[in-house]
Design a protein around this ligand. Structure first.
Ligand code: ADP
Ligand code: MG
Length: 697
């Protein structure tokens, strides 16, 4: 393997980087000189040209120049130094919360100054808080530009507390200098490499763009200097997926042939017949399971398309063949619901179904571990608790993961490894309701075979969605009342702050009190993620049984919950949620034959993007359409929930921005895998050092 100096060289070897600075870099995921050099700027600033104060734009980083007409200290809670700067077009304020005595002495009336920073709205004037500044000898003094290195474009890096732009820049410059005499070796195969500039030239352009650089091209990923790295990273990612797939195909698995012993009576016991789409997908699965290599199949199906039934039919095949099955769901509510379903379906067939969650008592857990180990439990359902080290299976034949978007690729592989017994791997089935456009799927799910359930069970009526401001809350409450009087059930989803289940839970508690006062004759209950698990379970069961009419919930009910009699959903603060989440939530209604409604309640004013999102929700019920719109609305600037899609965190690639490269990258990856195995190994090692461990496992 080519020895590349910067690949593994620790940061500490750089001039000017000591232990404490190294630690700060570590928090950004930067450990080696290579990591540092691949820490690319978010954007670039042009500090050499200044802007008239009258023409500045709020939020933009700008240089202004003028004369200080007044300087004062204020004593409002804490001392502040405030300078008023004037040019021919207006007055702006420079505000210093931290300042030295010498600053106080020099920033005085009559001095000419050049200042740089983000423009904020002040009371009477535009302001810059803590600008970078230089005093000038006179109005026309051009000798002091703000940037000491005299470059036109200043890169601005993603950073963390206590790590200034200047320090990052200085460290990167030191790294570039170090490489000057030892340029990194090329790892792309020669023919592909010939399309690009040498690595060091690319790095120099990115971190230190020459005056002639098309800066917008750098920012948009179009510039050849950055394109090389986008290519490298995407290829490395694809290669690792191909390697995983190949590795997978070299493993052994038990082959299962459906005997129909259990499948037949199960289908007979169902109140409905599987849709054609369900049957087709089940055939794909059975086909996979006959092979002696582990199945790795992803089932994509819109909310409500009946993925659980597909999972049950897959499970029965493994069970008929004398194996255990584990089903993992991302939330306790969902795990419990699956447990209830499977219990109802399988117990009459003589299959022992059990569930496992982190919240069981230690004693109960231990008991279940033993029964899993000696094979007494055939069908195990649970949260990720089913994969703790203590869980050992007698003979695990199939792993089912529901709502996979909540789990990352690495997690998926770890889980799979747990099921290995005597070198036999379990088959794996992954189910997701988050549809993604085809080109992205080619990357995200490149290691999986994909089946799509493209049909909803018959008899569903489309959900009507309305968008209403929260000022019309009374009307909405009356509507809830009416639905309950008509014997329907209602969800009221309360979202306050995303990602804080605690705050959401508090808000939901207050909401329940309010609704109980306004609608005293209704049975109202609450469910949120912070509740004890048995309480949660009993609330969900009562709701399912129709004893509760109105269920106030946080977004814990987002995935999978299935109560067909619920036909009205109110989503509060809908403007704060993304399209995928809104679609998931809305999918809780419209599961029965009754006409269902969804009310998206919002707090005015709506941003442009929020307006567009609400419109999409009103106009479409189709998860694939919504996913496509979602991507368009997010645009390339916003880092799409690559996490939501279970994708590894890319360093340079922006999957949305760069999706047009994917087919080309796929071709290149096949070629490299086939004809340049050494390059393949180096690319993966360079870009995904942790991924290797799965491939070599
Ligand atoms: P999801 O794909 O969102 O996980 P579920 O598996 O929860 O969907 O199924 C949604 C509802 O549709 C459930 O109530 C289920 O019983 C019902 N269902 C599933 N398959 C069929 C079918 N073939 N015919 C009628 N109803 C079905
Ligand atoms: Mg489901």
């Amino acid at each position: 393997m080519i020895n590349r100096l910067f690949d593994h060289l620790p940061l500490i070897k750089l001039t000017g980087v000591g232990a404490s600075l190294e630690k700060k870099f570590n928090t950004l995921g930067i450990y080696t000189v290579k990591d540092l050099l691949l820490h690319f700027p978010l954007r670039y600033e042009d500090r050499t040209s200044s802007c008239a104060i009258g023409d500045v734009t709020i939020g933009e980083f700008t240089t202004i120049e003028g004369i200080i007409i007044k300087s004062e200290l204020t004593f409002n809670r804490r001392q502040m130094l405030i300078c008023y700067v004037q040019d021919d077009s207006g007055i702006a304020i420079l505000r210093f919360i931290h300042f030295t005595a010498s600053m106080k002495a020099s920033l005085i009336k009559g001095k000419w100054i050049s200042a740089y920073g983000e423009i904020k709205r002040g009371k009477n004037h535009f302001e810059i808080i803590h600008p970078q500044f230089k005093l000038k000898a006179n109005r026309d003094d051009k000798s002091t530009t703000l940037d000491s290195d005299q470059e036109r474009y200043t890169p601005i890096y993603p950073t963390t507390y206590g790590l200034s732009q200047a320090i990052i820049r200085r460290s990167i410059m030191a790294a570039l200098l170090l490489l000057k005499n030892n340029p990194p070796a090329e790892i792309l195969p020669p023919q592909l490499a010939s399309h690009f500039l040498p690595i060091l030239d690319c790095l120099n352009t990115i971190h230190n763009p020459p005056i002639s650089t098309q800066i917008t091209q750098l920012e948009s990923g179009e510039h050849p200097a950055i394109k090389r790295f986008i290519f490298e990273e995407l290829i490395a990612y694809h290669l690792s997926m191909l390697l995983i797939k190949k590795h997978n195909q070299n493993q052994q698995s038990h082959s299962f042939y459906p005997s129909q012993r259990l499948i037949k009576p199960f289908l007979y016991s169902l109140p409905f017949t599987p849709t054609r789409a369900q049957q087709r997908v089940v055939q794909d699965i059975y086909q996979d399971m006959t092979k002696a290599v582990p199945m790795m199949r992803l089932i994509q199906g819109d909310v409500g398309s009946g993925k659980t039934l597909v999972a049950a039919l897959a499970a029965l095949n493994a069970i008929e063949n004398g194996n255990q099955v584990v089903l993992m769901a991302p939330t306790e509510i969902l795990a419990e619901q699956h447990y209830n379903n499977f219990n109802h379906w399988f117990t009459p067939l003589g299959i022992s179904v059990e569930w496992l969650s982190g919240r069981l008592t230690a004693k109960n857990k231990q008991l279940r571990y033993e029964r899993i180990k000696n094979g007494e439990i055939t069908m195990l359902i649970g949260t990720h608790a089913v994969f703790v080290d203590k869980v050992e299976f007698a003979s695990l034949g199939l792993v089912i993961i529901d709502e996979q978007h909540r789990f990352g690729v690495n997690q998926r592989l770890t889980l799979w490894e747990k099921g290995i017994k005597n070198n036999f791997h379990p088959h794996q089935l992954i189910m997701t309701a988050t549809p993604i456009p085809r080109t992205l799927a080619m990357t995200v799910y490149a290691d999986l075979d994909v089946s799509i359930i493209d049909e909803l069970p018959p008899g569903r009526t489309p959900i009507t969605t309305v968008v209403i401001p929260n000022t019309r809350r009374d009307e909405i409450i009356e509507r809830v009342n009416q639905a309950c009087l008509d014997n329907r059930q209602v969800y009221w989803v309360c979202t306050l702050v995303e990602q804080s289940e605690t705050l959401d839970a508090q808000a939901a508690e207050i909401l329940v009190e309010e609704l109980q006062q306004r609608l005293p004759h209704l049975n109202i209950a609450l469910v949120h993620g912070k509740m004890k698990s048995d309480l949660k379970q009993s609330v969900m069961q009562e709701f399912k049984a129709g004893m509760i009419q109105l269920l106030v919930a946080t977004t814990v009910i987002e995935v999978g919950v299935d109560v067909p009699n619920a036909s009205l959903m109110i989503i509060e603060n809908a403007e704060r949620l993304g399209l995928a989440q809104l679609h998931q939530l809305r999918g809780r209604v419209g599961r029965g034959t009754a006409v269902s409604h969804c009310v998206l309640m919002y707090q005015a004013p709506l941003s442009k993007v929020a307006q567009a999102r609400m419109k999409v929700m009103r106009e479409s019920n189709d998860g694939f359409v919504i996913a496509q719109k979602d991507l368009e609305l997010r645009g390339s600037g916003e880092i799409l929930g690559t996490r939501q899609m279970g994708v590894a965190n890319f360093k340079v690639v922006d999957l949305i921005r760069d999706q047009h490269l994917i087919s080309e990258v796929q071709q290149a990856s096949y070629d490299i895998q086939k004809n340049h195995p050494q390059s393949a190994a180096q690319l993966v090692d360079c870009w995904l050092p942790n991924r290797e461990k799965y491939i070599n496992a």
